[in-house]
Write a protein that binds this ligand. Structure first.
Ligand code: FES
Length: 109
């Protein structure tokens, strides 16, 4: 089990209102990082519908939209907007100086 914060990237790698895919060092996994309303959020990168990478979708600064069947998620919480019963796994993020760290309870999905 890994609860140590993992350094992912520089804060400036994620401009406000954008999202990027970021590999988790030492794994084959990736996370979706979004910069929204002045904060960085980290979510699973796989759509909970059919595992399509969410980084291929769209982000308007507030809503993440999957490219495949247009499911939508709140970029603050990962809560499903359409459908409402969907949800993205969110991981705690900390920004120290210009560096972005994420805490993963175990290997990310
Ligand atoms: S795979 Fe994302 S909405 Fe279907």
């Amino acid at each position: 089990m890994n609860t140590q914060p993992i350094k992912l990237c520089a804060r400036t790698d994620i401009p406000e209102g954008e999202m990027i895919e970021m590999s988790v060092p030492g794994t084959d996994n990736s996370l979706l990082l979004v910069s929204t309303k002045g904060a960085i959020r980290a979510f699973q990168n796989k759509c909970p519908h059919m595992d399509i990478p969410l980084c291929q979708g769209a982000f308007d600064g507030e809503v993440i939209t999957c490219t495949e069947h247009l499911w939508q998620f709140d970029a603050q919480t990962g809560a499903g907007i359409e459908p409402e019963d969907a949800k993205l796994q969110q991981y705690p993020v900390s920004v120290i100086g210009d560096e972005v760290f994420v805490e993963l309870p175990e290997a990310a999905e």
